[in-house]
Design a protein around this ligand. Structure first.
Ligand code: PLP
Length: 343
């Protein structure tokens, strides 16, 4: 039971005792010279987990996505993105500002863009038109309520991309949540992309850090791009030490977050003013429609805040709640009681 129940994001999770101890005793060196043993170990482990040759530790998921698009495209190219994706909506337009590419947002069925639509949208470079060079996918899909995209879909999209000579980048900020939801190893997805990034700073509870995995030459280039963006870190082993704890200890427990989200959605679905289908909740994110005769979305969130419960409006009609290790089942029951009394 926690005094404040913070459901705004899983990024609010605090590092565990074990992470703090690992930070204290981490062996470190200058990572820009490639000499931090803990960072090197983390990169090796992550490459193994994703089945790629190499990996690069970076400060944020946004930087990893930015680096991936920068190294997999030439400026002036077109990049296919899903219209609700994080990379298109929430990353300050780095596709345009840094990679200098033209994003082509496409609608989807819960994060899965129809393959025929992708095919029709691919353009060959010509006198008048930019050439498509990259497709970005997201798994789990944040703004589709933590939807876990199937490995079959990613495989088909990848095969299509390869037939057309395109690269695929997977924004796997929460790929382990997808892996838990499907009970399949992450390689079932990561073998069907050129680069994949995932975050240690979300449900895995680290204070800082994400990783970009791919083939050796791509990651060599990524290292230059990281430097360009100001992301070269020195004794980053103190952070990598937490990430190593995360991959050993924090993945399996994500299942519990999914159960909390399911329970939360089930309880909320019975309340007036809230529309959500709990059956569609697959991982740790729930998004529901809010429409109440006596209460605006801001009123509702303020009333929750007065009760030390935090959630986020992600549009004028939708609220997002994210479960994580620093919210327990008792907290979820309290949230449901408070919501019931307010509504
Ligand atoms: C959180 C997130 C990112 C990256 O976020 P940072 O805050 O920059 O680490 C990227 N993609 C998705 C889907 C995310 O949820």
């Amino acid at each position: 039971m926690h005094e404040t129940v913070d459901l705004r994001s899983d990024t609010v999770t605090k590092p565990t005792e074990e992470m703090r101890k690992a930070m204290y005793s981490a062996e470190v060196g200058d990572d820009v010279f490639g000499e931090d043993p803990t960072v090197n170990e983390l990169q090796k482990r992550c490459a193994e987990i994703t089945g790629k040759e190499s990996a690069l530790f970076v400060p944020s998921g946004t930087m990893a996505n930015c680096i991936a698009s920068y190294v997999l495209t030439n400026e002036g190219d077109e990049v296919i993105v899903e219209e609700k994706s994080h990379i298109y909506n929430m990353e300050v337009a780095h596709l345009t500002l840094i990679s200098r590419v033209l994003p082509r947002p496409l609608p989807s069925n819960k994060g899965e863009i129809d393959l025929n639509l992708i095919k029709k949208s691919i353009r060959k470079r010509g006198l008048h038109v930019p050439g498509t060079s990259l497709i970005c996918l997201e798994n789990t899909h944040n703004f589709w309520g933590g939807k876990a995209i199937s490995p079959e879909y990613v495989k088909e999209a990848y095969e299509l991309a390869k037939n057309e000579g395109l690269h695929v980048h997977l924004d796997g900020a929460r790929i382990f949540n997808a892996s838990i939801a499907y009970k399949k190893p992450v390689t079932e997805w990561t073998k069907y992309c050129d680069t994949v990034m995932f975050c240690f700073s979300k449900g895995l509870s680290c204070p800082v850090g994400s990783i970009l995995c791919g083939e050796k030459e791509v990651i060599e280039e990524a290292k230059r791009a990281r430097k360009l963006l100001g992301g070269g870190m020195r004794q980053a082993g103190v952070l990598a030490a937490c990430a190593l704890v995360a991959i050993d200890k924090m993945i399996k427990r994500l299942e519990e977050d999914h159960k909390k989200a399911k329970r939360l959605a089930e309880g909320l679905s019975e309340l007036p003013g809230i529309k959500i289908n709990p059956e569609e909740v697959e991982t740790n994110i729930i998004i529901f429609e809010f429409s109440h005769p006596g209460l605006s979305i801001e009123d509702f969130l303020n009333r929750l805040r007065e009760n030390k419960i935090l959630a986020l409006a992600i549009s004028t009609t939708q609220i997002r709640m994210v479960t994580h290790k620093d919210v327990d089942f008792e907290d979820i029951e309290r949230v449901l009681e408070v919501c019931k009394s307010i509504l």
